[in-house]
Design a protein around this ligand. Sequence first.
Ligand code: CS2
Length: 492
Amino acid sequence: MPRLSASEIRSKSINERSVLLPNYDRSSVTPGIVHLGIGAFHRAHMAAYVDSLLKDNPSWGIIGASLRRPDTRDALAPQDFLYTLAIRDASGTKCRLIGSILDVLDASTQRAQLIETMANPAIRIVSLTVTEKGYCHDPSTGELDENHPDIVHDLAHPDEPISAAGIIVAALALRQQRGLIPFTVMSCDNLPSNGKTARRIVRRFAQLRAGSTELTNYVQSVSFPSTMIDRIVPATTDADREIVNEIIGLEDAWPIMTEPFTQWVIEDDFPAGRPPFETVGAQLVEDVEPFELMKLRMLNGSHSTMAYLGYLSGYQYVNEAIADPGILKLIHGLMTDEVMATLPMPRATLEAYRDQLLARFANPALKHRTWQIAMDGTQKLPQRLLGTIRDRLEKGLPVQRLTLGVAAWMRYVTGIDEEGNPIDVKDPHASRLRAIADGAGRDAEKLASGLLAVQEVFGTDLPGNTAFTDPVTKHVKSLLESGAKATVSALS
Ligand code: CS2
């Protein structure tokens, strides 16, 4: 099978009847956006929105950058950065070819080129999906972790940065020296007030990097709109590649699989200009926070709870977990009885959102692994479950279901499943968590109190609040003694 590429498209060897092609002339597209963290999520979400608007706005092409690994560049370069977006549900698979990414740079080997590109006056937006841990922050406070090895490195070598904050400030420094206006920094990560978090981190980094007051002031003037981004994007597997290649009739080394649903809510604060995102389905609003809170607490809070309990119950995929009547009842109750009361939206809006989420989780065509969502729990728990818990505790409300999600994370990071098999726990603090778990053995109280002392996750308030620690410890005990399925049925 020939490889997907611009010339294969021109020579019409792509199966045009089963794949939607870009509706614009790619050779007339010029870059306007640099995107840091060119993973599957960006390629299923923002790159697709941009692809839809390039016909009338060709100056907004995307240059992607990966900060850690060259694998995206290596897969996409031989196919002229074209790739297939496969949208899947029970009714089948619809394929669309995305052409909005013009180039991908690998920051570890093309750092100078990346920073120079970001300093190009044509670049007006630098967007980010670097995942929670890419912010090098303390997840419980949202402040820059000044002892993070990448930050320590970047402060010592400001011209060879490896962190997102270091790269952004290096590029802003060049723009400032050249008398250019700054680009807008748009975070598309799953963090509360993601724009504010990005701004806090970048400003603090710039202060620590010192240099000139001009640079510090220049960085102060940068805009950081917040965004709420939503689309479920499982990691691509070889089986997915085969499905896509069969449909399009060419070999695509890295297609992206996703669901039909997509949502993007953006705070309208782009002094350097922006494409008309509203013409392709995004909502431009003044305040994104209520949307972010709703999404993080309802969707991602349920996702993480299902990921830990589902994995421990032996379910590989989210759709299998939600098909378990006990888990379904738990997640329904978690959203209805515990999360909704903490959100500012009308009840009817929240109920409709819940029902839509339950249907999305049940999508049988999306092979979304519980293990994938279980990753990086230390970075996810604060905004997905603990913020909701704090709001409820303040009002004296019970947190039975929310604390089961937290307890399931504790059981999961012991690194041994219910059959005694190892769990491949992926987390920046995995070895520290494992050491705590090993020290506790099967003693629920020791395990819970050891993990509750991880301040970056639980802060200084929660470990001393028995309205929180009691149900957590009780659930951990039940998970260790009776297992996940029995614990879920006892509660739901
Ligand atoms: C998931 C999210 O992997 C995870 O932690 O909860 O990536 C989720 O699929 C997206 O936020 C959906 O928009």
